[in-house]
Ligand binder design. Structure first.
Ligand SMILES: [Zn+2]
Ligand SMILES: [Zn+2]
Ligand SMILES: [Zn+2]
Length: 269
């Protein structure tokens, strides 16, 4: 199985559009792994998580055939995870996309945004509303939506994804997991855990995870046998406001056996 990180930044991107903070300035100078677009991953070219505003850029940069996607999982409605207006680009009159449907999985609010964007257009998406902790078989995987502690006014989801005998936790945007999510994860065996570290060394761990929350989550997973032998743990969804360059993140996470994702990184399982 191949998991590709298409983007690894929070809402603002790094370097951010207008920002003159020292992190953005240094990222502009250094380039490379410090250049981060909005967060998404694609698995085996057929299952994608989230649809950020950088999706067109991702398809250009990585040479993606977006019509190979069969399942699109949406975590929540924030614009760095769902730029619904671009969903219309697949509709009739904008694209000749063939008759193969893309199946979209998510909760009420993201779907409302998609329906607004697609209003009156002929399109070939099939929408499947998911509920927390209720397993659902998609075209390419078995998924279980888990609860996040992110936007208190919205049901934000993490995804457990089981595909070709491998189990992945997509934990983004999570905050410190709610009790039900910890309880659900306790007897699972993961081949890969993807966590968010948006707030860096700040003390904030609700709505978004900070460094300590990521380290404690990995320790909890190890203590409970949730990670299979050698299963990688990766962090993603970084904000320039955390003030950490790629090299700084490596210095923080590598000693703890946690990999720092960057745009384009491919993980083979
Ligand atoms: Zn986000
Ligand atoms: Zn900045
Ligand atoms: Zn968010």
């Amino acid at each position: 199985m191949e998991v590709q990180f298409l983007g690894t930044a929070a809402f603002e991107g790094i370097p951010s559009l207008f920002c003159q903070c020292s992190t953005c300035k240094q990222a502009r100078e250094r380039g490379g792994k410090n250049m981060r677009s909005r967060t998404s991953v694609i698995i085996d070219q057929v299952l994608k998580v989230d649809f950020p505003p950088d999706t067109l850029y991702h398809s250009h940069r990585y040479g993606l055939d977006m019509n190979s996607i069969q399942d699109l999982l949406i975590t929540h409605s924030h614009s760095d995870h769902l730029y619904a207006e671009d969903m219309a680009i697949r509709a009739e009159g904008y694209a000749q996309s063939g008759d193969k449907a893309i199946h979209v999985y998510g909760h009420d609010l993201p779907f409302r945004l998609c329906f607004q964007a697609l209003n009156g257009l002929e399109h070939n998406y099939q929408f499947h509303r998911v509920l927390p902790f209720v397993p659902i078989k998609t075209q390419t995987a078995m998924i279980v939506p888990l609860l996040a502690d992110h936007d208190q006014l919205e049901t934000c989801l993490l995804y457990y994804i089981e595909k070709d005998g491998k189990a992945i936790l997509y934990g983004n945007d999570s905050g410190w997991f709610p009790e039900q999510t910890w309880a659900w994860l306790k007897d699972k065996k993961l081949d890969l855990a993807i966590l968010e570290c948006t707030t860096g060394k700040s003390s904030h761990r609700n709505n978004h995870m900070n460094v300590d929350a990521v380290l404690e989550t990995k320790a909890w997973m190890e203590a409970n046998g949730v990670l299979k032998e050698g299963a990688p743990v990766l962090v993603t969804h970084f904000s320039h406001n955390a003030g950490l360059l790629h090299e700084d993140l490596l210095g923080i996470f590598e000693p703890h056996g946690i990999q720092v994702a960057y745009d384009g990184l491919i993980v083979q399982l």
